[in-house]
Each structure stands twice: as structure tokens, then as C-alpha cells.
Write a protein that binds this ligand. Sequence first.
Ligand code: TRH
Length: 384
Amino acid sequence: MQPSSWDIFCAVIDNYGDIGVSWRLARQLAHDHDQRVRLWVDDLQSFAHIAPGLDAGRARQRYQSVEVCHWPASEWPMDTQPADVVIEAFGCPLPDSYLAAMAARSRRPVWFNLEYLSAEDWVEDCHDMASPHPQLPLVKHFFFPGFTRRTGGLLCERTLLEERVAWQADAAVQVAFWQGCGVPPQRQAGELRISVFSYETTAFDSWLPLLAAADRPVRLLVPRGKALSEVARVFGQPLPEPGTFWTRGNLTVHTLPLTDQAGYDRLLWSCDLNLVRGEDSFVRAQWAARPFLWHIYPQEEDAHLVKLEAFLTRYERELPQEAAHALTAAMQAWNNGVSMEGAWPALLSALPVLADHARHWPQTVLAHGDLAARLVQSARIRLQ
Ligand code: TRH
């Protein structure tokens, strides 16, 4: 079958999740499915933080098999022909003139709104729902990522899990990785390595002193950003430069730069526990097959806590009760910004059981295919 053309539109609202997901999807459509992909992004500067090879000053460029285009705030380029498949990421409104051009095509594009990820049950009912445009002869379909067969699935590159298994079995590549981060490759006896990419939370106030006073050596790997600001706040220190480190008792905190997404994956694959957030790093922590704590993106009226519970209900279904309790308590404490004193020791004891569960989880959720494969399949059916 001929490759189709795709236009993905991404408006960067805050943080890196919108562009992180859109970029990952764009690359996967191009690499794994041989599709012709244009990615329209309104903020190339933010994008460049997680794609260091991108030239944020260039309005159009070919980057990793994707045509990356700046999405101008005004003056939509009128000569742009809409693609066969159009994706608005997270409900970002498309330019009126682009919509008109979509409607004017003899074969109307297939149009998806890629939604935010949730493990809640209602997602199955809303996935794939059609929404006709009120004026134009166009129909938009809602595409909901999710954890079940009746949702859109999760983004995972075709060969990712094999690459991860090979990486985790290869001591030499891990030594080189740690050296590249400025972190000693050899662990002290009993040492735990934890990556920390979370939002601000007062849970840091109790957690860091606990780690400093513990018997077991802990190294935190903290990319520059909100979590690092929290560590600096608790330590009463100015924000450090990437590559520097602090030591407090048995705790060492290493500051890392932001890397590209592949580099961040390798950090997740190399740690014993990962603190992740939002949407994309949360999914990547699952593919890392290591235990993780999820700092969910806070929403009004605590809607995020319902989402957290829905995920935990699914994730903990096959877990022994004690480990499930420990994981729930730690995630709740972290997300509610309360003391980690009760939850942390129980989580530490549960780590071996959680690690075993984390190894099997990816196969469970990917059993019905990944998100890009389901999206391509859905587009193909509609393009016929
Ligand atoms: O940055 P986030 O907090 O994004 C959030 C969420 O997506 C949230 O749902 C959304 O509403 C909000 O943005 C607007 O967390 P997330 O989703 O994990 O995205 C981070 C991206 O950054 C992810 O693609 C991984 C990437 N990343 C790197 O590429 N390199 C790095 O060094 C790090 C730390 C992250």
C-alpha cells in the first residue's frame, strides 16, 4: 500500500508533554510505518530542548525523517495542501484556512483529535467517536490512548523493547552511559539509583532527609527543571549547573542536562526506580520495565487523583497485596505532597516484587498493538 501523508499539529501549552508525544508519534509513523509526516509546532524553542539537533530558527526542516514546520501564530501558509490524514494533538484548534482547504479536497482527509491518556473506563466509550464539523463537510474522530483493546493503545516504537532488553543485559554500554553522565559506573554495596523527573511537591521535604539518613546509599539523577529546583529549595542552595553534584549523608544528587528522548529512555533503563510525570515519561517508565512513581499532571478539582486511582487499579491487578499497598501509598504521598516517612520504607521493601511485575507489564499492555499501529490501521480503513 502507498504511504499516506500526515499533518500533525501541536500547540505547546506548557512543559514538554504535548511536543514529546507529538514528536514521538511523528517519528514512529515515519520510521515504523513509512508514512510521509509533517509536524507543525508553534514553539520550536521548547521543542529544541528535547530535540537538541533541531534548528529552532528554521521554519521548515527535515529532521529524523519528519518534515518539521513552524506553525505560525498568524498568516497560515496558504499554499499548503492538507495531508491525507490530519491529527490535532490534544484538541489544538486547526487554522480556519487549513480546515477550509481540507473541506475543499476531493477526497476529504481523515481527521483525528489525539486525546490525553487516561486509564479510566469511560475512555473505551469515547474512543473513536465521531464529531461532525458544525459548518464544513468534515468529521473529526477522537482517538484516545489507553490500556485496553478498545482504546487507542500506547506509543511504543516497534523495536524498543528488544533494544531495552539488550541494553539492560550489556554491562559495557551501561558503564559508558554512566561515564557520559559524570556518574561513577560502579555502584557501592546496596546502592540505589533513582531518576527524578517530577513536578514541584512538598513530598521532597521529607523524602530527601530520609534518603540522606538511610543506611543504604542512594544516587538521585535529576535532569534540569522543576524537580531539580525542588531539590535546590530543600537544600537551600542555588540551582546548580548540569554535571555538578551534592552530597548529604548517604545521598548524592547528580544534575543532568535535558537530553533527547532516546537519551532519557536510557536513563530510565539504567535506574532502579524512576520518578516520572505527565504522560510521555510515565509511559516510557513502563517500557523501562523498572518500578516507578508517577507524578500525575495536576488538574482542577483533583480530577488527576481519579486518573491516578484508575491507573493503579489496572497496574496492581496482578500484584501481591502488600506490594500494591506500598505502591499506592507512595504514589498518593508523592502526589498529595505529604510526608514520605511512612510510605518510603514499605516501598523499598516492595521493590524486588515491583521490579518483577514491571518486567512483565509491557507485554500485558502491548498485547493488542501500540498506538501508532492502531492509528495507521484506523486511518487506512477510513481512507479506503
Ligand atoms: O513535561 P510534562 O510534564 O508534560 C505534561 C503532560 O504531558 C501533561 O499531560 C500535559 O497536560 C502537559 O504536559 C501540558 O511530562 P511528559 O508528558 O512526561 O513529557 C516530558 C517529555 O520530555 C517526554 O517526551 C520525555 C521528554 N524528555 C526528554 O526528551 N529528555 C529529557 O532529558 C527529559 C527529562 C524528558
